[in-house]
Design a protein around this ligand. Sequence first.
Ligand code: SAM
Length: 277
Amino acid sequence: MLATPLGNLRDITLRALDILGSADLILAEDTRVSAKLLAHYGIKASLRALHEHNERKSADAVVGLLQQGHSIALISDAGTPAVSDPGARLVAAVRAAALPVVPIPGPCALIAAVSAAGLNAEHFYFAGFLPVQSKARRAQLETLRTLDAALIVYEAPHRVRHTIGDLVQAFPEPRDLVIARELTKAFETVERVPLADAIVWLDAHPDTERGELVLIVDTPATTQKTPRDTASDDATLARWLPALLEELPPARAARVAALATGLPRSEIYDKIKERKP
Ligand code: SAM
């Protein structure tokens, strides 16, 4: 499992080049894309396609070759295999055959985006690609809206407007959206805008709807951990929670109380669960 560049061909480790140069076989998502990378480094290798449509079927043959002692590298078009890319099923099959799987770490778009985002959040949740269908996407966002973590999604450029619209709907409280676009490439940008203004921002930056991008919805700045007066927090919650719970289901009550007090939503939710019925 070998990570390859997201765009800038120099983003590849020395170890990755050694392994690509010595592997008996390289399995690639799209052999035309990977052939360019290999040519850039003067690596002559035997390339075979392994993509989402043949991954399951190819697993037995790959396991057979490994059992015969062949060394095989798996790469995707860009970044880390098995991260929103083919690879996980093959890895499962190889591991099930008690053969070793070695990760060769390197570029990954979500990690690059997080590193440049300046997040408030201490934690993040990577949702990969949200469902394409609007109803399913909104349903998934509904399950994610109470997370006390930044939400990271991959998206295709032609769907970004639609998806940002859904994110605006799903997160009505003030949050920032980070748009990390064309990472490691000539027109790389990492922008941070209030989520509520994101569609207006998009109108002013039409290039955003071209090229590859990662979207991150940060947690509100108020959920940052700062020294707190715990006694006064408890008193505030004791005053407000019963009334909120009269009107709202627990998850929503926790969300409103988090907005009002600046306390982490998960902490309030835990307190709600601890309450006697
Ligand atoms: N396995 C890859 C990784 O490690 O990040 C992800 C592959 S996934 C099929 C492709 C998605 O990754 C794109 O739609 C985009 O969301 C993100 N992505 C890939 N390259 C990117 C780049 N250079 N800049 C921003 N996002 C990128």
